[in-house]
Design a binder for this molecule. Sequence first.
Ligand code: NAP
Ligand code: F7E
Length: 341
Amino acid sequence: MSRRIALITGITGQDGSYLAEMLLSKGYAVHGLIRRSSTFSTTRIDHLYQDPHEPDARLRLHYGDLADGSRITTLLEQIQPDEVYHLAAQSHVRVSFDEPEFTGTTTGLGTTRLLEAIRMTGLPCRFYQASSSEMYGITAPPQSETTPFHPRSPYACAKVYAYWITRNYREAYGIHAVNGILFNHESPRRGETFVTRKIARAAARIARGEQQYLHLGNLEARRDWGYAPEYVDAMWRMLQTDTPDDYVVATGTSYSVRDFLTFCFAHVGLDWERHVRFDERYLRPSEVPDLVGDASKAERDLGWKPAVLTPELARIMTDAELAEVPGARTPAAAPAPQPQV
Ligand code: NAP
Ligand code: F7E
């Protein structure tokens, strides 16, 4: 059987890096879309580097941006992927209130640009859309595939648009397109301004005496926090089914930000209440109070079930921060992976 080819947008992000690892381990040729920037943004995939001059290199990167539809079309023609995992987005909810238009162009319309490129090229590839539990907003938990959406941020509104355009291209053009409605998933590779990483990092730094206080916003919000490497496996499973469909991926449990603080700080032997200070800058104009996913459809149809729940996740993330040598960003073992230009 010929080698399968995957294209990942957002390969430099948390999920993209785990997905690239997993697909390479399954024997795929993996192509990644990355943005050109004046400094390298490839830290999360440096360990996957393969010299692109080697004819058998299975990881290749290409410059491109979600705002650039013609580039996406030519890339698809060139790569001829079997599977497209569309993970790239402006993914920060708080930032989306500051940059609503940009969030709409990338997180929302970016999906249309990819789907339209697939339609125009006529490629028979399968398409994964990174949909989000944020789409449920203030709808009461537990949330499943049939729960109505009530988005509460420009990010969530953009994701609702992207969800429906994915379904529309499936219904209108028969494209094998699926929505993975993923609840929060975290890891040591999580961006540093998301609350779990911020807390795990601060707990380790305070324990080492490098920091005294952590400033946070709403501690009452409840989230269904799972472990990112397990969630990319669910993405892959969704694209292996014969009939495209939409799936919730979640642990089915929920904890508050306050609970997450307790898990991380207790792990390093500290009382978080002595170190956390409130800062209203981290509040959102409209908040999402409580998310708990019902992933029974994914378990039934895809055989997917999470193993790591939030308390263990907090320990994994805090241990990873404790293992970081202060001040020393680990130099890449190999040259940073770069697209061929
Ligand atoms: P992330 O770490 O923020 O990664 C986002 C990726 O998108 C990065 O590779 C980023 O590139 C890229 N990107 C952003 N704007 C772009 C643009 N204009 N053109 C090309 N690439 C662009 O996000 P993540 O946590 O891995 O999440 C992956 C996807 O799942 C996102 O769509 C997110 O909204 C969605 N999602 C995440 C969760 C979660 O809990 N993690 C839950 C549900 C859905 P740079 O590295 O250059 O910034
Ligand atoms: O906030 C509260 C904040 O930014 C979680 C993205 O991956 O998951 C993520 O979105 C909660 C919120 O994640 C701080 O108000 C308190 O209630 O870590 P977060 P998020 O907004 O849930 C969904 C599923 C996605 O799709 C998104 O792409 O924590 N919170 N104090 C804080 N949050 C942050 N970031 N910083 C604080 O200081």
